[in-house]
Design a protein around this ligand. Structure first.
Ligand code: HEM
Length: 290
């Protein structure tokens, strides 16, 4: 088979869709485990855990490579899916007299294409909500600061606002006009341009505010309820897409051994329910916990 045939034949497209689809399922599991920290730990502890996780994800070279593989997989999976749906349509120019999707596989393919397109739209909106702001936009992003209460030498109550720093051995760095933040997370002495240490981007605060919960009095998204409903609906669509997609990926890859297929189908159905439901619970709980 020539190189172009490897990429363009209908069988090759199904193969690539299956491979990228299964890779994206792995991404979903990793992404879910990271995001669950938004609800499993609360208060300052939860905020630290999530911001440390986001920092690690943004700075680890292996994770960066995986991120690029994810973007490429999303684009490949979507493009192949759209081309397959178009090819299916062209191969059967006369529409079924009875348009019964359950009775023909091209009906299922069309349904998968519609669900997949809806998920792609969700991913674009979702990345604009968070990923764009934290990774691409030049708009200033909040950094992680926290307030401690203590008493001064005279016994008077006082509060200090400190940067939460990445370097454990570093003394707490107070927020003051002498310290400036550069390159998103680096703290510098303003006058002498000497680096003090690294802080964290406060992605936790942004996600919480987006779904309607204020952290330390920060303003929240006034359309939070709409955002929660959108995310829950998108997870329902994702569930339907995975319900068929997971096991059919194994078939496309030729891994459909008679002995293992019932187990794979069952696992696929459980995966299609558990993963999107767990994702959907996150914005609901954040919204309700305000
Ligand atoms: C309620 C559930 C979800 C929450 C709270 C959430 C939160 C986030 C956040 C905060 C980021 C930015 C992370 C960063 O760039 O450091 C992100 C990135 C991303 N999310 Fe989600 N997400 C959710 C569900 C999903 C789902 C269901 C999908 C896919 C269908 C998805 C796909 C992505 C992708 C592709 C990225 C970019 C990842 C990267 O740069 O490596 N997310 N998400």
């Amino acid at each position: 088979m020539s190189r172009s045939a490897i990429l363009s034949s209908s069988i090759a497209k199904k193969y690539w869709m299956a491979a990228t689809g299964l890779f994206l399922c792995l991404f979903l599991v990793g992404h879910l485990l990271g995001n669950l920290q938004l609800i499993l730990k609360t208060g300052e502890e939860g905020r630290r855990a999530f911001n440390e996780y986001a920092y690690f994800m943004g700075h680890n070279i292996f994770i960066k490579v995986l991120s690029y593989a994810t973007y490429i997989s999303i684009l490949f999976h979507a493009a192949d899916g759209i081309m397959l749906a178009v090819q299916n349509r062209q191969a059967r120019p006369v529409k079924y007299a009875y348009n019964n999707p359950s009775a023909n596989s091209s009906g299922m393919a069309r349904q998968m294409a519609v669900l997949g397109t809806a998920i792609l739209v969700f991913i674009v909106i979702h990345m604009a909500n968070f990923w764009w702001k934290v990774k691409v936009s030049s708009e200033p992003f909040p950094v992680h600061t926290y307030v401690i209460s203590s008493t001064d030498q005279m016994g008077m109550a006082k509060t200090d606002t400190l940067y939460y720093t990445h370097t454990p051995s570093l003394q707490p760095v107070p927020v003051n006009p002498m310290i400036v933040v550069k390159n998103g997370t680096e703290l510098y002495f303003k006058e002498v341009n000497v680096k003090v240490g690294d802080t964290y981007k406060d992605l936790h605060k942004i996600v919480m505010a987006f779904f309607g919960k204020s952290v330390n009095g920060a303003p929240v998204n006034e359309y939070a309820l709409f955002a929660v409903v959108l995310y829950v609906l998108a997870m329902a669509v994702l569930s339907f897409h995975l319900m068929h997609g997971f096991s059919s990926a194994f078939q496309s890859l030729g891994l459909n051994h008679k002995k293992y297929m019932p187990g794979i189908k069952l696992f696929g159905k459980i995966f299609a329910i558990v993963v999107p439901t767990a994702f959907a619970i996150i914005p609901i709980l954040i919204f309700l916990s305000k």
